[in-house]
Design a protein around this ligand. Structure first.
Ligand code: SF4
Length: 249
């Protein structure tokens, strides 16, 4: 397959009946490739160790359409995830465009670290962007993921200026991004851009066995899921800034 083959995506998983990847019941298509290396990444397949198969966009859509009735009943649809799905502009654009032609609700999960032209390329075919904010401080973000925040924040602001529907999400990682300074900075960022809502995604360890099965080790070791008390504390702090908080899971 060519690197950006407009006819096929490198798919490492297709999850039917997803309920955490956008509204309603959805099919989530996971694509290989990511410019970041988050130490808590739940999808090491995205790093290119999984021998993901090139899958024609028509075949992906045929798989997704198997559950069309459930989407209609639940307000669900197609979610494209990764990895960073917007690395692959041409095939992802084709997939999203075809999905919209078939009347599906479309959601893209992004780290935001892509050229703005890639966001612009899919903008007309995406009903909802789920956009990660992992840490507000650029240097700390670089330590945690391998890249700073400049492009990510510029892309978030650009999407909002275009009137795109954006749901910001933050993985809550005890000891890594849950300090008061970062929570305040996150709330200030959301308020500054007129988008005062955040979905907290509590860290979990279910993915560790997947790493071991692949002969890999997660980048961060010994991280524990947030306690209920921490979750409540972070939630309270965000709400004090007027941010509407939801918690995934
Ligand atoms: S951006 Fe997402 S897919 Fe990429 S390394 Fe980070 S958590 Fe994994």
């Amino acid at each position: 397959m060519r690197l950006n083959d407009p006819e096929a995506c490198r798919v490492f998983d297709v999850q039917r009946f997803s309920i955490h990847d956008g509204p309603g019941i959805r099919t989530t298509v996971f694509l290989e490739g990511c410019p970041l290396r988050c130490g808590w990444c739940q999808n090491p397949e995205a790093f290119g160790h999984s021998h993901a198969k090139p899958m024609p966009t028509a075949a992906i859509l045929a798989e997704v359409l198997k559950d069309e009735d459930y989407y209609t009943l639940s307000g669900g649809g197609l979610t494209v995830s990764g990895g960073e799905p917007l690395l692959h502009l041409a095939p992802v654009r084709a997939l999203l465009e075809d999905a919209k032609r078939r009347g599906l609700h479309t959601c893209v999960q992004t780290s935001g670290i892509v050229p703005q032209t890639h966001l612009a390329g899919v903008l007309g075919f995406v009903d909802l962007f789920q956009f990660d904010l992992k840490h507000m401080d650029s240097q700390r973000h670089r330590q945690l993921t391998g890249a700073g925040t400049e492009r990510i924040h510029a892309n978030a602001a650009w999407l909002l200026r275009q009137g795109a529907a954006v749901q910001f999400r933050m993985p809550l990682l005890p000891g890594l991004n849950d300090d008061a300074e970062n929570i305040d900075a996150t709330a200030q960022f959301l308020n500054k851009h007129g988008a005062p809502a955040l979905c907290l995604v509590p860290y979990h360890r279910l993915y560790v066995d997947k790493y071991r099965a692949m002969g890999l080790e997660p980048g961060v070791q010994g991280l524990e899921p947030p306690s209920d008390a921490l979750l409540a504390q972070v939630r309270r702090q965000l709400e004090q800034h007027g941010v509407v908080v939801t918690v995934e899971g």
